[in-house]
Design a protein around this ligand. Structure first.
Ligand SMILES: Cc1cc2nc3c(=O)[nH]c(=O)nc-3n(C[C@H](O)[C@H](O)[C@H](O)COP(=O)(O)OP(=O)(O)OC[C@H]3O[C@@H](n4cnc5c(N)ncnc54)[C@H](O)[C@@H]3O)c2cc1C
Length: 546
């Protein structure tokens, strides 16, 4: 069996794990990150992408509110190309408790979050689709953050500075020597088994953290809290809309790239259900019913897809009851808590506190490895955000390529756009019309961003995430995977099938009206025209190869 060696192993390629890989690399500590699927395929890829100002937590959880506003300001600087500074509004409706408005203003003042009360007329100018019967409106510095870009940029930087990444590789065993972690045993989806030896193991596996602890004989109780979200086919709002009440169902509408999404519900589920998440009919009905109270146009928009994620909540003490569940950041030194040396768990928190979580974890790693290097992730920009993106004069360098293509690529990759857009024919060929993705961008993601299949390319470029949900781009990308030597013809067809099946799971719960018509058209292309269903499935479907 092949054996690798490194200083730190990170389990989990979500925002937290990739953030840790970057932080450790910047401090000169070698790491290997292991992810059982693709990066950002866990909860990191299944949330609203709301860059909280902290106002949502200002009444109930001042500590989280303060964390959010601090990280909000940092991420706007270091992750410019992943963040859209949309701003946000808290809206009070006739049915809402009117005293909450003042509590929100007071909480924000304590947390240091800038607020501005605005008149209803002004609110309707800023956001014309708002319910005209709103009672009050408060402006806050909310924004949006793209979790896929954020995770990929963290990983890109970590790799450029010496970290290694194994995706589609699952940790199956933790190797222990006298209650000290010595490494892990892994298996890739291609069936390859290997070991990695390390000085320290970091469990950043989100909701799967409980299972990772169990591999080391440690008991950690996690409480999966499921939330469902719904995406509609255009940006019905240009800034984040929050309902001004205690956090509840269907009270956030977030614009993201070409679409908007409404969230979320909250349901405690059994731990065994974390592998089988999907939005259910009753949740979609709640989202539509409550969402249209904020923006009436929501119910008339075409629903594109629904999906669910699960919050990785941790019970702090051993004997867990509901009241002991923490919604904040939980960092556990298992040497202190469980007398097992060489393993740390980081869980809880939020997408937008990933950097802080990574800093706290890396500080603990440094202490254990006796390395005296400070964190720099709060000041060093991520790849793509090193400089402000070029404005009109800079854009002329791409003469010959249409401006919407240049702007979309710039929007997604920041100044790494220079690594992608060159004046060659690959950049004139549009592969995804909804999101303006060119062949050049697909080639870049295949060569530089650790992709194995079509779903991974979706996470790096947004192909298949726009209004047609992969109807026309999926088969083109499948062909390119073969053209660029990433897949044999059989594998490329299989990736296409897997991609469509995965997309179908999210489309199925919203199949009515135009969405149903669009699906029929997709079915007609892939089944009627291309005969995908007639092509025999390989015996052992392969999601990714190492
Ligand atoms: C409905 C909902 C809405 C949310 N909205 C927001 C929001 O708007 N803003 C915000 O800031 N936060 C939001 N959050 C919270 C945020 O999404 C999470 O806190 C964050 O994404 C967790 O990231 P993570 O990296 O810790 O975990 P994950 O992203 O889940 O990463 C863990 C990874 O570990 C991998 N893994 C597990 N077991 C193994 C193994 N054995 N071997 C190898 N790999 C393994 C998994 O595949 C997974 O990719 C929301 C959460 C939910 C559920």
């Amino acid at each position: 069996m092949k054996i690798y060696e490194t200083e730190a192993i990170i389990i989990g390629g979500g925002a937290t794990g990739t953030g840790i890989a970057r932080d450790l690399s910047l401090r000169g500590i070698k790491s290997i990150l292991i992810e059982k699927d693709d990066i950002a395929s866990g909860t990191t890829g299944r949330n609203h992408g709301l860059l909280h100002s902290g106002a949502r937590y200002a009444v109930k959880d001042l500590e989280s509110a303060k964390e959010c506003i601090r990280e909000n300001r940092i991420l706007k600087k270091i992750a410019r190309h992943c963040v859209e500074e949309t701003g946000g509004l808290f809206i009070t409706l006739r049915d809402d408790d009117p005293s909450y408005h003042n509590k929100l203003l007071e909480g924000c003042r304590f947390a240091g979050i800038k607020t501005e009360e605005i008149g209803i007329k002004k609110a309707l100018v800023i956001e014309p689709n708002l319910n005209p019967e709103i009672m009050r409106a408060v402006k806050v510095p909310d924004g949006t953050i793209d979790p896929f870009r954020l995770t990929a940029s963290n990983m890109l930087d970590a790799i450029e500075k010496g970290a290694q990444l194994f995706t589609y590789t699952k940790v199956t065993e933790i190797i222990l020597n006298n209650s000290t972690v010595a490494g892990v045993k892994c298996i890739s989806t291609a069936g390859e088994k290997f070991e990695i030896r390390c000085n320290i193991l970091i469990n950043a596996a989100g909701i799967w953290g409980q299972k990772i602890c169990a591999l080391a004989g440690i008991e950690l109780k996690m409480f999966p809290s499921k939330g469902s979200m719904l995406i509609v086919d255009y940006r019905i709002n240009s800034i984040v809309i929050n309902r001004c009440r205690m956090p509840s169902d269907g009270d956030i509408i977030v614009p993201g790239d070409t679409v908007s999404l409404i969230g979320t519900t909250s349901k405690t589920i059994g731990y065994e259900k974390i592998e089988d998440l999907h939005a259910e009919d009753d949740e979609i009905n709640i989202l539509l019913k409550d969402g249209e109270k904020l923006i009436p146009a929501l119910s008339k928009a075409r629903a594109l897809r629904a999906y669910a994620g699960v919050r990785p909540l941790v019970a702090i003490s051993g004997e867990a009851s509901g009241r002991e569940i923490s919604r904040g950041i939980v960092l556990i030194d298992h040497e202190e808590r469980d007398r097992v040396k060489g393993i740390i768990t980081i869980a809880g928190g939020k997408l937008m506190t990933y950097r802080l979580m990574a800093e706290m974890t890396s500080d603990m790693v440094c202490k254990k490895l006796k390395v005296n290097r400070k964190c720099s992730t709060h000041r060093l920009p991520l790849p793509g955000s090193e400089k402000r993106p070029p404005r009109n004069r800079g854009l002329k360098k791409f003469a010959g390529i249409s401006q919407p293509v240049v702007k979309s690529t710039l929007y997604r990759h920041g100044i790494r756009v220079y690594n992608i857009l060159k004046n060659d024919k690959k950049n004139y060929r549009i592969i995804c019309e909804c999101e303006m993705v060119t062949e050049g961008e697909i080639e870049y993601s295949i060569n530089c961003l650790n992709v194995k299949n079509i779903a991974d390319i979706r996470r790096r470029t947004r192909i298949g995430m726009g209004p047609c949900q992969g109807e026309l781009c999926a088969y083109r990308v499948s062909g390119l995977l073969n053209d660029y030597g990433k897949a044999s013809p059989e594998e490329a067809v299989n990736y296409l099938r897997e991609f469509l099946e995965e997309r179908w799971k999210g489309i199925k719960p919203v199949l009515w009206g135009d969405a149903l018509r669009e699906s029929e058209f997709t079915y007609w292309i892939y089944q009627g025209l291309l005969g995908l269903g007639e092509i025999t499935k390989p015996e052992k479907p392969r999601k990714g190869k190492k």
